[in-house]
Design a protein around this ligand. Structure first.
Ligand code: C5P
Length: 407
């Protein structure tokens, strides 16, 4: 499936002006990756570098990636360019400093603007994200921690550094956070004014696992991709999201509460807790329909030539969950898709059901694309073309937004 990619379509980054400030840390080279991912996602990336950052990575690299001029301290601070740059700070949708050194953090906390990056930070009214990267002792130093606490209290978003090997060879907390975590945080902050701002969504994802004994389970082929795409799309539109996920091989999404469960029964409990204040529940998980009647305490030995497992029904989460929120279900079908999905919508008392044809190789389990039909309570049937799971997620959320507005 080479034609579609996950960046297709409009995202929260499309046409947004992102100022990427780079300061002088060994992690400065990673800013090139951030600039590249933001640019690919459709953002206008304006790079601002301190003089010391330009010693770690060439401005030309960033200029080539973003296709835009890069502002550095080599410009005279008193020049016309500075004034233009303050105007740019005003036009920015978001300012991201990655990596942010201890010195940058101290200067901003003290209100000092003596280089292009601090100047931009102090001149902008846009939300600001700092991704610190420094030696572990500098990061843990109470002065740095106090500065970060002060900036957090002022509304800055801090993407905490990761634990790992530092440039000094020591292990500790101080490595620039994962690029995906930084990008996820940017999306979350930009999404705060989206059409789901103020709404709480609970999304389930992945295939549950029903244990047979301590080492074996009954599972299914769900990859979790549809549910994760739903959760990320909802986050990017401003929702507070709780993602309840069965085990998957996907990276942990940023900017939402993630609850890890394994079995259908655990998912049921987690859903019951999470929906207390929810506006919508989106059940994208492939929940097992049956579980072993009893779980063997020890590993079952292969002694007899055959083995019979007795299975019993799992709870139907969507049917049993109570509360005044929208319910969206999925229906993986291999025949009579619309008729079967309509029946499920009625039986489970759903507001919307997303039916997909799992016999199509580009649709359903494991792949990045999906071809679905949306059916609402009034019986309206909307067949969507083959789209990325992220695009499908946004189409479902368009419906959710419209339904919430009528509630
Ligand atoms: O009945 P069926 O399993 O096809 O329905 C699928 C929908 O119901 C999905 O949204 C799925 O997450 C949900 N479901 C559930 N509890 C179950 C089985 C499925 O909530 N035990």
């Amino acid at each position: 499936m080479g034609l579609l990619n996950s960046n297709k379509g409009t995202t929260v980054l499309t046409n947004k002006t992102v100022i990427l400030g780079i300061t002088g840390s060994i992690a400065a080279y990673k800013a090139a990756d951030i600039a590249s991912k933001l640019t690919q996602a459709g953002a206008k990336v304006e790079v601002v570098m301190t003089d010391s950052a330009t010693r770690f990575i060439a401005p030309l690299t960033l200029r080539s990636i973003t296709g835009r001029p890069v502002v550095t301290d080599m410009f005279d601070l008193a020049s016309q360019h500075t004034i233009e740059h303050i105007a740019l700070g005003e036009a920015a949708d978001i300012v991201v400093i990655a990596p942010a050194t201890a010195s940058l953090i101290a200067k901003v906390a003290a209100g000092i603007a003596d280089d292009m990056v601090t100047l931009t930070v102090l001149a902008t009214k846009a939300p600001i994200i700092l991704a610190p990267a420094m030696n572990v002792n500098m990061f843990e130093n109470p002065i740095t921690q106090e500065n970060l606490a002060k900036l957090k209290a002022r509304g800055f978003t801090i993407v905490d550094p990761a634990y790992g090997r530092l440039a000094s060879g020591k292990m500790g907390r101080g490595r620039l956070a994962d690029i995906d975590k930084i990008i996820g945080t940017i999306k979350q902050v930009l999404g705060r004014s989206g059409d789901l701002a103020g709404k709480r969504l609970v999304v389930t994802a992945g295939g549950t696992r029903e244990p047979i004994d301590p080492v074996r389970h009954i599972g299914n082929r769900s990859s979790g991709k549809m549910g994760y795409a739903m959760a990320e799309a909802a986050r990017d539109r401003g929702a507070s999201v709780t993602l309840i996920t069965a085990p998957t091989s996907l990276p942990e999404p940023v900017g939402m509460e993630v609850v890890h469960i394994e079995t259908a029964a655990q998912m049921k409990d987690a859903v019951a807790r999470a929906v207390a204040q929810a506006d919508a529940l989106i059940m994208a998980a492939a929940v097992a329909d049956y579980q072993p009647k009893s779980v063997a305490k020890a590993k079952i030995k292969k002694e007899s030539p055959s083995l019979t497992l007795e299975l019993v029904r799992t709870p139907d989460i969507l049917t049993e969950v109570k509360g005044d929120f929208l319910k969206v279900g999925f229906a993986a079908e291999s025949q009579d898709i619309v008729a079967n999905a309509k029946q499920k919508l009625e039986k489970k008392k759903l507001d919307l059901i997303v039916a997909n044809d799992i016999t199509d190789a580009d649709s359903g389990f494991g792949v990045d694309t999906n071809k679905v039909t949306l059916i609402d309570r009034k019986g309206k049937v909307e067949e969507l073309p083959l789209l990325t799971k992220r695009e499908v997620a946004d189409r479902i959320l368009d419906k959710v937004v419209a339904m919430l507005a009528k509630k």
